[in-house]
Design a protein around this ligand. Structure first.
Ligand code: PGA
Length: 256
């Protein structure tokens, strides 16, 4: 399966800084066209800036080597929801991916499993690929509840999205590994990915096309060993996506 490397800039950026980062990423992609998909999920105000790089990254067949992604989307279609952004609006801005249910949104914005499932549905209805994040906290892992937690989180998304489930991307992001420099070992990550793959298999006969990304302190040094695991189909990269050489090294490690 074609791997996917998606950067998650989180709430970082400034126009000048972004230009330097994107110039370097684009130059690297042109020098060595990736065989994996590459996206950057950026704050809303930078969509137009990234769109320009998306256009300039088109290969000979017209497909962008760098795709634009968002970090959140409303579960609603339109209406009196001040501050929300609808999936149809993202689509108009040529957004290809949207991160849904990141642990920071679950933790700081009270997003429930059902809200995450509804946001996933809204993205799919607009033709945008949701990158659905799931993962256990340190306390949950230490109590031996990892499987139960990730299965519960994914089950809500499967239940709400039915046969469309094969269109999603899943990102397993253990909360204790995000931004901490502590990565799940390739074996620990693979074990959870295998559980998720089995759960998807029970839900759809198209399970083999669902990418399951790993996220949580993936970096230039550990990407290759994580991406070598049979059920790790790419990465969701936070901190390391803000440094062009590191991001490009991770992309290089994801070549098939
Ligand atoms: P990190 O973030 O790579 O900085 O740990 C990953 C994420 O939160 O998506």
């Amino acid at each position: 399966m074609k791997k996917l490397i998606a950067g998650n800039w989180k709430m970082n950026g400034k126009f000048g800084q972004n230009t330097a980062l994107l110039d370097a990423v684009l130059a690297g992609l042109k020098e060595k066209p990736p065989t994996c998909g590459v996206a950057v999920c950026v704050p809303f105000p930078y969509f137009v800036q990234v769109q320009d790089y998306q256009d300039r990254s088109r290969d000979e067949s017209g497909n962008p080597m760098l795709s634009l992604g968002a970090q959140d989307v409303s579960a609603h279609e339109a209406g009196a929801y001040t501050g929300e952004v609808a999936a149809s609006m993202l689509k108009e801005l040529t957004v290809s991916y949207v991160i849904v249910g990141h642990s920071e949104r679950r933790q700081y914005h009270g997003e429930t499993d059902q809200l995450v499932a509804d946001k996933t549905k809204a993205a799919l209805a607009a033709g945008i690929t949701p990158i659905v994040c799931i993962g256990e906290t340190l306390a949950e892992r230490e109590a031996g509840h990892t499987e139960e937690v990730v299965k519960r989180q994914l089950a809500a998304v499967i239940h709400t999205n039915g046969h469309c489930i094969s269109e999603i991307v899943v990102a397993y992001e253990p909360v204790w590994a995000i931004g901490t420099g502590k990565t799940a070992s390739p074996q620990e990550a693979q074990a959870v990915h295998a559980v998720l793959r089995a759960q998807l298999k029970a839900a759809t006969d198209q399970f083999a096309r669902v990418k399951i990304l790993y996220g949580g302190s993936m970096n230039a040094a550990n990407a290759a060993s994580l991406l070598a695991q049979p059920d790790i189909d790419g990465g969701l990269i936070g901190g390391a996506s803000l440094k062009a050489p590191d991001f490009l090294t991770i992309i290089a490690a994801a070549q098939n």
